[in-house]
Structures are given as structure tokens and as C-alpha cells.
Design a protein around this ligand. Sequence first.
Ligand SMILES: [Zn+2]
Length: 117
Amino acid sequence: MAEENTERAKPRRTFDSAYGFSFSIAVGLVLFITGLIISLTVGQGTSIGLIFGIPLLVAGLLIPMFMVRDLFKTNEIREPCPNCGDTIRTSDATLQLRCPSCQKVINVREERLYLAE
Ligand SMILES: [Zn+2]
């Protein structure tokens, strides 16, 4: 839909993507460990532990992959501030930011900037 030519900015590790990356790893780790504990403790000798544990183990491996894949297709947004009109540069991985010129809180949704109430 967006006709404007998106600049091919060299992939830089912003705080947001670095945070998202470690967050997805942490989520995967928690699921993996939970699944491991359940399958080792609750289901000793029975299949209950495996029924609940194995899906958690698999989810712990797959969820970080999906989340990390999403991080790599983030686009750079360059939109005027809805309040002061100053051009703001951010990525669509950002959910909320503060305008550097007028200090208003701005929400980022679908590559557009909205003034937060
Ligand atoms: Zn502004």
C-alpha cells in the first residue's frame, strides 16, 4: 500500500530490537525449562508429564524463532509528529515513543504515528 520508496537503512541494533531479541529468548527459555521440569517431576513414570512437558519444550524452541523472525522484517518509519510536525524517525517495532521536539507521547500503529491522549 505504501507507495513511498522505503529507504534501505542498514540494519542497526536499536534498543527496541535488542530488547525484543532477549525477551523472545527469555520466553523460550522459561517455556523450555518449565516443560523440562514438568516432564521430569510431574510425570515420573507416567505419560502425563510428557503430554504437558513435550509441547512446552517444543514451544520453547519455536516461539523465539517466530519472534526473532518478526524482528528482522521491521521497517523504518519516517513520519511527521502529529503534534508539532517535526519529522520523527523510528521503526515499526516501536510501540510508543516521545517526540524529541515537543516531548509528546506518540503511539506507533501500522507504520503511522498517533498522538497519545
Ligand atoms: Zn512533536
